[in-house]
Design a protein around this ligand. Structure first.
Ligand code: P6P
Length: 336
């Protein structure tokens, strides 16, 4: 679907993509529209975050001057309230809430499930470092009525869509519904996400690796050997690689998707499952990487094959170019 004219908005693109889904009811498109609205509401506050100290107050400080809510709590509530009344969702789950989030009784429960990380990397806000929001969407497995935990705990290959918003030098909405990965850049002057990166494809091999090497001494021998390998000089195989690490998953993942290479949060002797969460960080990103011609891995297999046991479980995660993930897995399996 090539677009000669520049002004392709996210709204129109979603509607055009609906034609790719025979028998689409429009519910799915409306769900994606609601997410893009939530993204703009979060962006509006995130873009003012630095001014809280300068301005002394924000409109999040209520009439009695209560302490301004932490931005990630604000983002969590904003996304929930943007999504709870559209009638497209039967249950939600958020990084900020221990249990599943039910749709209020007064609203219709729809056929989709939304899991989200409202503000990933929020510890970086004070340093004005890129942060993001991550979304994972499934179809419900329960018949009707209120959604259940089982609706949420589905393996990643059953996702019907995934998206992230990156609040960086510009704000972008990147998503896939199974027909490639497409990026839209927010034009604040019109409040629209405009198509800027149609059909993102990750290079087959990159020259950048991205992880917190501060954990090196706790990594297993395979991971340590892999990192040593990346640092050896060998022009024929494009080494040494460069290290780039932002410390916000959405930022590191977005750069890896566009430039290629590998992003990792491996397990180690202290945290065998690593740090990142399966359901609303690793699954949606794995879906996007595989849709963009890249790969995901937990060290052995695609992240999307993991059968979840609990809502906030962690998994070691490797995301990147096909060749880079294959090389990494060989070292992890002791084959190199
Ligand atoms: P570390 C941010 O706190 C986060 O959850 C992810 O966004 C990021 O990839 C990771 O943790 C960074 O963790 O241990 O490198 O600081």
């Amino acid at each position: 679907m090539g677009h000669a004219h520049k002004f392709m908005t996210l709204e129109r693109y979603i509607n055009e993509q609906e034609d790719l889904h025979p028998g689409a009811t429009g519910e799915f498109s409306a769900l994606l529209h609601d997410i893009s609205l939530a993204a703009k509401l979060v962006w509006r506050e995130v873009s003012k975050a630095g001014l809280v100290n300068v301005m002394g107050s924000t409109d999040r400080m209520n009439v009695s001057g209560d302490v301004v809510k932490k931005l990630d709590i604000f983002a969590d509530e904003t996304i929930f309230k943007a999504m709870d009344h559209g009638g497209h969702i039967c249950v939600m789950a958020s990084e900020e809430n221990e249990d599943i989030l039910h749709i209020p009784d007064q609203y219709k429960a729809g056929k989709y499930v939304l899991l989200y990380d409202p503000l990933d990397g929020s510890s970086n806000i004070d340093a004005n470092i890129t942060i993001g929001s991550i979304f994972s969407i499934f179809k419900r497995v329960s018949d009707s009525g209120k959604g259940t935990l089982a609706d949420c705990l589905q393996p990643g290959y059953k996702q019907v869509a995934a998206a992230y918003i990156i609040y960086g030098s510009s704000t972008m909405f990147v998503y896939s519904t199974g027909h490639g990965v497409h990026g839209f850049t927010l034009d604040p002057s019109v409040g629209e996400f405009l198509l800027s990166h149609e059909n993102i494809r990750i290079p087959a091999k990159g020259k950048i690796y991205s992880l917190n090497e501060g954990n090196f001494s706790n990594y297993g021998p395979g991971m340590q050997k892999y990192l040593q390998y990346l640092k050896e000089s060998d022009k024929a195989t494009g080494r040494p690689y460069s290290l780039r690490y932002i410390g916000t998953m959405v930022g590191d993942v977005h750069r890896t998707l566009l430039y290629g290479g590998i992003f990792a949060y491996p397990g180690d002797s202290k945290n065998p499952k690593g740090k990142l969460r399966l359901m609303y960080e690793c699954n949606p990103m794995a879906y996007l990487f595989e849709q963009a011609g890249g790969r995901s891995s937990d060290g052995e297999k695609s992240i999307l094959k993991i059968q979840p046991g609990s809502l906030h479980e962690r998994t070691p995660v490797f995301l990147g170019s096909v060749e880079d993930i294959a090389t990494c897995e060989k070292f992890l399996k002791g084959e190199r």
